[in-house]
Write a protein that binds this ligand. Structure first.
Ligand SMILES: [Zn+2]
Ligand SMILES: [Zn+2]
Length: 344
């Protein structure tokens, strides 16, 4: 009889967050639950949520990472998926509750979220991912684009939540990774898209792709005199700061909309009277539809490559993480060198 264990190296390299510490360890390759596929991770992105997790968000302990592209290594019952390049929706609902039954896994109260909540993530050689969450990446989309599927879907979510037309006057506050993506996406809807930020090099990336940019030069946007107040139909708040919402409210026109992307640990204090008197719409906006992101990338209307600052191997994760933590850094990626040893 063949010893199955000899055929396949059953451990993998993985980044583990526990007690606010990062370690890179050998752990067992995930054992698949029902309706899951084993995905070999090729490229993964570090995002602000990962910093929050290290600092105790969701009491997370385990393998982080939720932005990735990889190849399906095994998919029991779905041989058609094996060998395919994939990205994934990060939310996995319980499948039983009323919300899941409406087809909305993203808001299931019992959901697990890849690399964020009750489910290991992608800063590892392999990750177990529910089959239902996988999306095959078309050949025309490279790995360094596909790795943006998750944050791009979050930016595109705005266009699913509200109508943005060529007449819309739009301002995005914050030139972080999310703000940049939001500005680039909204520019496809209206040429009246302004990005306000503090980092000339990042504003330049948006500027080169047709977005009007304003550098707030270290001041809060509210103090920036050259941003017209009370004039914008849509203000996207992506500053990452609990005060960003007040800057956004100052810029939106009466009956206009503020889309809130910032999730801050610190609570925001807002003057609701302004919201009431001016009849503003405040919309919270989080994850989006991964398929929408893939369809968008296929059109090649925005160039994602300038958003990448550096690529590190998994073994140098700590260095990569420190780099990603630097203020004003662009996207830091982790590339896996996960050759399969002893595979049958
Ligand atoms: Zn993210
Ligand atoms: Zn559910």
């Amino acid at each position: 009889m063949i010893d199955e264990s000899k055929k396949f190296e059953k451990t993998m390299k993985a980044v583990v967050f526990e007690n606010r510490k990062i370690s890179i360890v050998d752990v067992p390759i995930p054992v698949l639950s029902k309706n899951e596929a084993l995905v070999k991770i090729d490229l993964a992105g570090i995002c602000a949520t990962d910093f929050a997790l290290l600092n105790g968000y969701h009491n997370f302990a385990g393998i982080p990472g939720h932005e990735f592209t990889g190849v399906v290594f095994s998919a029991p019952g779905r041989a058609d998926l094996e060998g395919q390049r994939v990205v994934a929706d990060i939310n996995s609902g319980c499948g039983q509750c009323d919300i899941c039954r409406t087809g909305d896994q993203r808001h299931c109260g019992n959901r697990s979220v890849i690399g964020i909540r009750d489910r290991n993530g992608v800063f590892a050689d392999f990750c177990a991912i529910p089959l239902a969450n996988l999306h095959v990446v078309p050949d025309s989309i490279g790995d360094e684009e596909a790795v943006f599927a998750e944050p791009l879907a979050a930016a595109l979510e705005i266009t699913r939540q509200m109508e943005v037309s060529e007449q819309s006057r739009v301002v995005v506050l914050g030139d972080g990774k999310m703000g940049l993506l939001c500005a680039l996406v909204l520019r496809q809807k209206t040429s009246n898209t302004v990005l306000v930020g503090r980092h000339p090099d990042k504003l330049e990336i948006a500027g080169q792709q047709g977005v009007h940019t304003i550098c707030s030069q270290g001041k809060s946007t509210g103090e920036t005199s050259n941003v017209e107040k009370g004039k914008f139909d849509l203000v996207v708040e992506a500053t990452g700061s609990p005060d960003g919402i007040n800057e956004a409210i100052a810029l939106v026109r009466p009956e206009g909309t503020v889309v809130i992307k910032t999730t801050s640990f610190e609570k925001s204090v807002i003057d609701l009277a302004n919201v009431v008197v001016n009849e503003l719409h405040l919309i919270g906006s989080r994850c989006g539809d991964i398929q929408l992101a893939l369809d968008f990338m296929k059109k090649k209307v925005i160039d994602l490559h300038p958003l990448i600052e550096a690529v590190y191997p998994l073994e140098k994760f700590e260095k990569a993480f420190a780099h990603a933590l630097k203020k004003g850094s662009r996207k830091i990626l982790i590339r896996n060198n996960n050759e399969i040893k002893g595979q049958a």
